[in-house]
Write a protein that binds this ligand. Structure first.
Ligand code: HEM
Length: 365
């Protein structure tokens, strides 16, 4: 029976791995929007002129600038659930990597706060009156904070799977860990974020378009180009990453355990490219094509998150924790979780409705 469960794990451990993968995938969606979106804002701020109060057609940078603080708080909040599960699943490895990186690791907290406030600064009327260089530097500052956070997560992840390097790093007292997989892996995250950001922003512009908000007709073509470039670049980084993996990890990716997830992720890429090609010649966003794109994106993110786990499970032996997982699974608490989940989801939804109503009435005034 256990053979039917993900990665052949026993029931309770498979349950926690599945919850971990599902919650991490949600974090990845928002984190991708933030990473790629702030990158886009940095380039656009240096290049473009900020529009006057009269508006003009809505462009990608308008949508991103407006939503970025919210998306960042969503990315950070969505990181909490996988953070809990990763500690249940890989306690020793995760904590050891945290302790070895020490202040370097904890530096992500103040930097996230700085990045978050820089995003608010980017929305103020004051910044609108500044030169492109000032706007660009502010956006670049936010990008640096979030890129450092991404780098730290990748570094921590690789270090947690590389036991052999722990004593040397500890002896040297170094808080920097380098691994040949680091750059291609980080590159995959960075450019792989672009298609997600494009898909989410396309939905946002689709709804603005339906409300008659005057979306720039060049946006579908521009987003299509950007998203397809993101897909191609992530395939290139994926190939570079593959070359750095040892034969056993490569075997896991295409083997029985992770092969179906890998295939689903690749099929998702094909769906995404197809739907963007359908958008490229158009001057408006199409609901059906966006739905296909979203399905492709969901397959790619879920598939790659599962493959990522299969690689880690091939290196870290979690069997000593099976009994503890079984014990934890017997503790219950699901009802309490569901009640609080519904209460909090309702409150967040209510806040969003209030904000939308206020901003609509402010626009009318
Ligand atoms: C906007 C800021 C953030 C960015 C750009 C970011 C980026 C990333 C990246 C790139 C990874 C994948 C690392 C890899 O597999 O190589 C990751 C994983 C993860 N992130 Fe975030 N992250 C952010 C904030 C957070 C926060 C605040 C939390 C916790 C509250 C968090 C929780 C996690 C967890 C638990 C993982 C999985 C770690 C593992 O499995 O080893 N992230 N993040």
């Amino acid at each position: 029976m256990d053979r039917m469960l993900p990665f052949g794990l026993p029931g309770p451990t498979a349950f926690y791995v599945s919850l971990y993968v599902a919650t991490l995938a949600v974090h990845v969606v928002f984190m991708n929007y933030v990473l790629a979106g702030v990158g886009y804002l940095a380039v656009a701020s240096f290049r473009g002129k900020r529009k006057g109060a009269d508006g003009g057609p809505v462009e990608l940078s308008d949508v991103l600038r407006d939503w970025m603080p919210f998306a960042t708080s969503a990315a950070i909040t969505a990181g909490v659930a996988p953070l809990l599960f990763v500690q249940i699943l890989y306690r020793k490895e995760f904590y050891t990597a945290n302790l070895l990186l020490f202040h370097r690791w904890m530096a992500i907290l103040p930097l996230l706060i700085v990045g978050f406030y820089l995003l608010y600064l980017l929305k103020t009327p004051w910044i609108g009156g500044q030169s492109a260089v000032v706007r660009g530097v502010v956006a670049l500052g936010a990008l640096a904070c979030f890129s450092f956070t991404g780098l730290s997560w990748t570094e921590n992840h690789l270090l947690s799977t590389d036991r052999a390097s722990w004593p040397g790093l500890y002896e040297r007292g170094s808080m920097v860990y380098y691994h040949p997989q680091l750059l291609p892996r980080l590159g995959m995250w960075a450019v792989g974020a672009i298609p997600t950001m494009c898909a989410l922003a396309a939905w946002q512009m689709y709804y603005l378009q339906r409300k008659g908000a005057g979306v720039d007709p060049r946006q579908p073509r521009n987003l299509a180009r950007l998203a397809i470039a993101g897909v191609l670049l992530s395939v290139a980084c994926g190939a570079a990453y593959w070359r750095q993996l040892d034969a056993s990890a490569q075997g896991h990716i295409v083997g029985k355990a992770a092969g179906p997830y890998f295939a689903a992720a690749c099929f998702g890429l094909v769906l995404q490219v197809g739907s963007w090609l359908a958008h490229a010649p158009r001057s408006d966003f199409r609901r059906q094509a966006l739905m296909v794109c979203t399905l492709g994106l969901a397959l790619t993110i879920a598939g790659m998150t599962a493959v990522r786990e299969a690689i880690r499970l091939s290196v870290i032996d979690v069997s000593p924790l099976y009994a503890q997982h079984a014990d934890a699974a017997r503790k219950g608490g699901l009802v309490v979780f569901v009640v609080f989940f519904l209460v909090n989801a309702g409150l967040i939804g209510w806040c969003l409705c209030l904000t939308r109503k206020r901003s609509e009435s402010a626009t009318v005034e």
